[in-house]
Design a binder for this molecule. Structure first.
Ligand code: C6P
Length: 420
């Protein structure tokens, strides 16, 4: 059966920017894997880094590596200035009202744990309720389970339908006087679903619950305005946003952060220490104990400049076309079932194939030079919902091309041949 006869043609008319020029910014993409041109479709796990970011890191270590907020010497001042400049870039990137609301953490995971332990542990008591959803990443499940064990709070879960969309009526039924925290993902890493977070935040606030948004999968694809959203906390990771690994951001409303105790103790988060009493530093330093990931922060700032230069209107328009194309092409492969068919969907194509384990798909694809992720994607409850042990997941960035989608589809047909 010829797929091309089935898949409706989508004209590549609106391809807005020069994707080849963009690809030239990413040196890692210029390599062969098993003798084939690399097709990198594992962007939801981590995105590749543009030359600018790599050069910024290189420059930092060559020219002004020093500890920050401590030294009177020139290098330390230079490093401190670059670090704090990056904080302001992040502030503007998500439209926070103050740089004090930007806390540098290791990633989304640490951001969520910080809120659970600092906000949650000091406020929640037995019988209070925390609402998450069935499609959360483990990073947005386990920290709340730990908090429940510590406080006696109860975890409630918004169910999803078989397209992988949250059932909003069920969410509203779960909400009540006992709800203290609602924590949901903006975009599901296992399904690609874009959740209606603005509505979730509004409804949760009407019950006086605070809302944390896990933005790990959304920041690379869509502009974020935390003030318009009115979320209380927003967490994301730098490495999915074309920046370094080991650095991430927790945004929190200043009024909340001011009243939260430190998460970690150590250097830089204090004003004064005696054995009797310690005075904590002001925001945001109260939450940044110890020497931070200085190069990571500076590199993240450069990554933000890079995506801003392309612009989210352009990115979203291009990526929407690409995912639509990928969905239509994949739907035309007999024996392939998409997992996650929400109406609002971002750049993630999760699927299973008849009689072929996802890990085998991943292995065959790797031999074709195509990198995808296979497994439960740290979202085991999603796998349980769809009664699958794992899925194969191709995830796209703005440097991916239709030709790469075509190569993926050809390789999937090859998988069928290999395992028939
Ligand atoms: N998802 C994926 O392949 P960290 O590891 O802290 O940078 O991000 C954790 C995280 C939290 N929430 C969501 C929605 C995520 O997708 C992730 C990371 C990767 O899907 C690695 S498991």
């Amino acid at each position: 059966m010829n797929r091309k006869n089935i898949a409706p043609e989508i004209p590549a008319t609106k391809l807005i920017f020069d994707v080849d020029a963009i690809r030239a910014d990413f040196p890692i993409l210029r390599q062969n894997i098993h003798g084939k041109q690399l097709v990198y479709l594992d962007n939801a796990a981590t995105a590749q880094k543009p030359e600018r970011v790599i050069k910024t890191l290189d420059n930092y270590y060559r020219e002004y590596n020093a500890n920050i907020h401590r030294g009177i010497h020139t290098l330390s001042q230079k490093a401190t200035e670059a670090y704090e400049k990056a904080r302001v870039k992040v502030q503007h990137f998500i439209n926070a009202s103050s740089a004090k609301e930007i806390i540098f953490v290791r990633g989304t995971t640490e951001g969520i744990n910080l809120v659970a332990q600092s906000y949650g542990r000091t406020r929640l008591k037995t019988g209070d309720e925390i609402i998450i959803s069935e499609m959360e990443h483990h990073s947005n499940i386990v920290p709340w389970q730990l908090l429940c064990e510590q406080t006696g709070a109860v975890l409630r879960v918004i169910p999803m339908n078989d397209d992988g969309e949250l059932i909003m009526e069920e969410f509203e039924k779960l909400l009540g006087k006992k709800t203290r925290i609602v924590s949901v993902g903006h975009i599901s890493n296992a399904l690609g679903t874009i959740n209606p977070i603005k509505k979730i935040i509004k409804v949760a606030h009407s019950c006086n619950a605070i809302v944390l948004i896990d933005g790990a999968q959304s920041v690379p694809h869509t502009a974020i305005d935390v003030q318009t959203l009115d979320c209380d906390f927003y967490a994301f990771s730098g490495h999915k946003l074309f920046g370094p690994t080991g650095i991430g951001v927790l945004y929190g409303k200043q009024s909340l952060l001011e009243n939260m105790p430190p998460y970690h103790g150590g250097g830089d988060m204090i004003k004064m220490v005696t054995f009797k009493k310690t005075l904590y530093n002001d925001l945001p330093y109260k939450f940044e104990a110890g020497t931070p990931h200085i190069s990571g922060v500076i590199g993240l700032g450069e990554a933000i400049d890079y995506v801003n230069d392309i612009g989210f209107d352009t990115i979203a328009a291009y990526e929407n076309e690409l995912i639509d194309y990928a969905i239509r092409e994949a739907s035309a492969i007999a024996g392939l079932k998409l997992i996650g068919t929400a109406r609002d969907k971002a750049s993630i194509l999760s699927f299973v194939m008849d009689n072929i384990h996802p890990h085998d798909i991943g292995t065959v694809l790797d031999h074709e030079g195509i990198a995808i992720r296979t497994g439960h994607h740290c979202a085991m409850p999603v796998m349980e919902h769809f009664h699958v042990p794992a899925t194969a997941r191709a995830s796209f960035a703005f440097y991916n091309k239709r030709e790469e989608v075509d190569l993926l589809m050809t390789a999937l047909e090859k998988c069928k041949e290999v395992f028939k």
